[in-house]
Design a protein around this ligand. Structure first.
Ligand SMILES: Cc1cc2nc3c(=O)[nH]c(=O)nc-3n(C[C@H](O)[C@H](O)[C@H](O)COP(=O)(O)O)c2cc1C
Length: 160
C-alpha cells in the first residue's frame, strides 16, 4: 500500500507532528505542500495534516482535499489538525470540508498546538506573539502536542 502524509504549516507545529507520525507508520512519504504539488492518484492511503487559522483549515490543504473529493471516495485517508481550541475542532473541520469528507476518514484527530512566533513572519508572528503574551500571563503551556493522540491516530492508520 502506497502511503503519503501531506501537510501545510505556518509555524512548524504540523510539520513536527508529521515527523513524529512518520516514525510510527512504515513507508510513508512526507510531502510539504509549500514545496510540492502531490498527485494523489499515486497513493492508496493519504494522511492530511493542517492547522486552523482564524477558524479556517490551512488554505492549500483545504483546496487539495476539496478538489480531490471524488478521488478520495475510493481511497483511505485520515486527517489531523493542530489548533489551540480543543472542544469544537471536529465541528470546525466539518464546516471547512463538509460532513461527508470528515465522516469517511479512517481517522480524524486533534494533535494539539504550539505557539511558535519565532518560527514564522509578519502577520502570523504578530498573532502568535499576542497569544504567547496572553498564555504566559495565564500560565498556559506554549507547547501542547498530544502524543497519545498521535499514537492512536498511527494505530488506526496501521490497521486500515
Ligand atoms: C494567524 C493565526 C490564526 C490562528 N487562529 C486560530 C484559531 O482560529 N483557532 C485555534 O484554535 N488556533 C488558532 N491559531 C493557532 C494555531 O492553530 C496553532 O498555533 C498551530 O499550532 C499552528 O500550526 P503551525 O505551527 O503548523 O502553523 C492561529 C494562529 C495564527 C498564526
Amino acid at each position: 500500500m502506497k502511503k503519503a502524509l501531506i501537510f501545510e504549516t505556518r509555524s512548524g507545529t504540523v510539520e513536527e507532528c508529521a515527523h513524529l507520525l512518520k516514525e510510527k507508520i512504515q513507508d510513508i512519504e512526507v510531502i510539504n505542500l509549500k514545496k510540492d504539488k502531490p498527485d494523489l492518484s499515486k497513493y492508496d492511503l493519504v494522511v492530511f495534516g493542517g492547522a486552523y487559522y482564524a477558524g479556517m483549515l490551512s488554505g492549500k490543504l483545504k483546496k487539495l482535499i476539496k478538489r480531490n473529493r471524488q478521488a478520495l471516495k475510493s481511497k483511505k485517508y485520515a486527517i489531523y489538525v493542530c489548533c489551540i481550541s480543543q472542544d469544537d475542532y471536529k465541528e470546525v473541520l466539518i464546516k471547512n470540508l463538509g460532513k461527508e469528507l470528515v465522516d469517511n476518514a479512517v481517522a480524524v484527530e486533534l494533535f494539539g498546538y504550539q505557539v511558535n512566533p519565532q518560527k514564522t513572519k509578519c502577520f502570523n508572528r504578530f498573532v502568535l506573539k499576542v497569544i504567547k503574551k496572553a498564555f504566559e500571563k495565564e500560565n498556559k503551556p506554549l507547547s501542547a502536542i498530544k502524543e497519545d493522540s498521535i499514537d492512536a491516530f498511527a494505530k488506526a492508520i496501521n490497521q486500515a
